[in-house]
Design a protein. Structure first.
Ligand code: PA5
Length: 477
């Protein structure tokens, strides 16, 4: 994308947040007023200061990713250049923050049936698969689909100890060793911490090419590190444009005026909404290409903001519940609830000004009024009009909703979108006075798994599990 140096084009590509329908002026008593925002101005000022301080003190390293990766990007691009023709498929082994970003970006930018296209229609790039879950059926089916000897496996794990990812790695490594002998190492590339964890040690010992996840960047904030950039580049996605989009949004997010800063405003509206009992946040893109952005967002929002303790150690049990939906598909599934159900949620619609394709509906069945009106319009107009209509219906029934619009779905607008949601998450964490960057609730489940398997070092946890109340038969039908 050679337009990333063209400032007029970049301004044209600026994503927009329209929050009219969050406000009492439009949705009435269940909305947010300007006074509600003013009432928390001290909190907002403190959150702004904290964002600046934390960034300065190296506690938000993910904010610098758009600027400090020139060498890494060069390394990624030359590695992709050297390897891409040698493999039929690039397979990501990772979970959570190590998988959701690569999936979301691939789906947003590339053809929805990318893997089914002939290679020349993929511009010569390999297919992409992401194996995240440990569902045994899925992995076996993957092996039935790919030829492992023609794949490059990207093992992504910051900790290097995530059971799901490492078990997949162990299975695949054995297969590669058996089939390829000493050449197996050419089929594995690792993305992990520079010093900590098993994966970096294994990579060094076994001679795998390794890309580094900066130590101060947590999994769900890592899409703009090699976690996401390598997989994207292997599928021909312009990673420089993604980073340029993030940098563009970073400038916008430096604005102290909350009415000019979409990330801060997004967080503020969510925070006040939660205070008013709207704990559920539905993200509903009107574009299949953005469907998996909701998955990525759901992890970012839930894992960052769902917390038991506040920063002073008080038990607060707070957090929004993200819900994934897709427009227009879910108009025929969930929108009934959103429109007429309880006032417990806000809906974030995501729209696109210009879709990558246009398709005309033929002027047939003119004599049938309920079909005839469709003739001559485009599906583009239909989806956009349905989005407007849903927005209107939600507003009319007093349901808070806002719309994020991407002028187009491209690398530049996607970089902006990811970065905006990340800053919003950090800012929401500050408003909520919780640590948005840890995930102690996830650790409990991981530790229990280790203990069930008798992993050394988890003996105490095993005892705790052994003494848990026995299940009662009468509650099992
Ligand atoms: O956001 C997070 O930190 C998590 O979702 C992790 O990305 C996920 O648990 C995978 O961890 P790891 O990269 O250590 O394998």
């Amino acid at each position: 994308m050679n337009k990333i140096n063209d400032s007029a084009w970049k301004n044209e590509m600026k994503i927009r947040l329209d929050f009219n329908n969050m406000m009492t002026d439009f949705v009435g008593e269940h909305g947010i007023s300007v006074e509600d925002i003013e009432k928390i101005s001290d909190k907002i000022e403190n959150a702004k200061k904290a964002m600046v301080e934390k960034r300065k003190n190296g506690k938000m390293d993910w904010r610098d990713l758009p600027y400090n990766q020139d060498e890494i990007v060069d390394d990624i691009l030359s590695y992709v250049n050297e390897k891409k023709d040698k493999f039929e498929a690039f397979v990501v082994l990772g979970i959570g923050g190590s998988a959701l970003g690569p999936i979301a970006v691939q789906q947003a930018i590339n053809h929805p049936y990318y893997n089914e296209l002939p290679r020349e229609k993929r511009n010569g790039f390999p297919k992409l698969y992401v194996a995240d879950n440990v569902d045994p059926e899925k992995l076996v089916y993957l092996f039935q689909t790919i030829d492992v000897t023609k794949c490059l496996f990207n093992v992504i794990s910051k900790s290097g100890s995530t059971s799901e990812t490492m078990s997949q790695f162990m299975i695949i490594k054995k297969m590669l060793d058996e089939k390829l002998g000493k050449d197996a190492s050419e089929h594995i590339v690792c993305t992990t911490d520079k010093v900590n964890g098993n994966l970096v040690k294994i990579a060094k010992e076994e001679g795998y090419k390794t890309f580094i996840i900066p130590s101060g960047v947590g999994g769900r904030f890592s899409e703009l590190t090699p976690v996401g950039l390598l997989a994207a580049a292997f599928c021909g996605i312009d990673i420089k444009a993604m980073l340029a989009g993030a940098a563009f949004m970073d400038e916008i997010c430096k604005n102290d005026d909350i009415y000019k800063n979409p990330a801060f405003m997004y967080a503020i509206l969510n925070y006040i909404g939660m205070e008013k009992g709207k704990n559920i946040c539905v993200v509903m893109p009107y574009a299949d290409s953005l469907k998996y952005i909701s998955d990525w967002y759901a992890q970012l929002w839930a894992e960052s903001l769902g917390k038991k303790y506040d920063n002073e150690g008080n038990i607060v049990n707070v957090g929004p519940t993200p819900v994934k939906a897709l427009g227009v598909t879910d108009q025929h599934s969930q929108v009934q609830l959103y429109t007429e159900g309880p006032f417990d949620k806000m809906i974030v619609l995501m729209g696109v000004d210009k879709y990558k394709e246009t398709i005309q509906i033929p002027e047939s069945y003119k004599e049938i009024p309920s079909l005839g009106f469709l003739g001559g319009i485009t599906q583009n107009q239909l989806i956009q009009t349905e989005q407007m209509a849903t927005e209107y219906a939600l507003m009319k029934s007093g349901k808070m909703n806002m719309t994020i619009t991407l002028p187009e779905v491209n690398e530049f607008t996607l970089g902006q979108t990811l970065y905006m949601f990340e800053v919003a998450t950090g800012f929401a964490g500050e408003l909520m006075n919780i640590n948005a960057f840890d995930q102690p609730g996830v650790e409990e489940g991981k530790n229990a798994t280790y203990a069930f398997f008798g992993r050394p070092g988890y003996e105490e946890k095993k005892k705790e599990l052994d003494s848990k109340p026995a299940k009662k038969d009468k509650f099992i039908i």
